[in-house]
Write a protein that binds this ligand. Structure first.
Ligand SMILES: [Zn+2]
Ligand SMILES: [Zn+2]
Length: 136
């Protein structure tokens, strides 16, 4: 989804909502479609824009401890300020959305806070099963 700057120059403020379950060049699997809402404002002297973004949706991630896939819910609220240069003629909302999603991903992916992970010895998923490695 792209917004023409020309339109923004005319209106000074654009609000835009859309829903998507597909982005180009996005490495993550989307579980529930992303609801995306934008408020784009032209700031003083026409050289800066403020982009207020709200993103809600969920992705499939792999847990860093037990390696199981889990669905991760994202509720992002963010405001970005951009300086426009003379070559800019549109704002790519998908690109902006992807950048925000990646920015707000956790540094560690955990299926749950107390994920027990895999046994380093036999590889059993300790969330689901017990192993006897520690009992010898
Ligand atoms: Zn896990
Ligand atoms: Zn074990």
């Amino acid at each position: 989804m792209k917004i023409k700057l020309e339109e923004l120059y005319k209106k000074k403020k654009i609000m835009y909502k859309y829903e998507t379950n597909k982005f180009e060049q996005f490495d993550y699997k989307i579980v529930s479609p992303f609801k995306i809402s934008y408020t784009i404002k032209l700031l003083e002297n026409l050289k800066k824009i403020e982009i207020e973004i709200e993103i809600n949706g969920s992705l499939l991630l792999n847990c860093d401890r037990c390696l199981e896939q889990f669905s991760y819910n994202m509720n992002i609220n963010n405001i970005d300020i951009y300086e426009l240069d003379e070559f800019d003629n549109e704002i790519d909302l998908d690109k902006e959305t992807i950048e925000n999603i990646i920015l707000f991903l956790p540094s560690k992916y955990l299926c749950k806070d107390d994920c027990k992970g895999l046994c380093p010895n036999c590889g059993t998923n300790l969330n689901k099963d017990k192993c006897f490695c520690n009992q010898i």
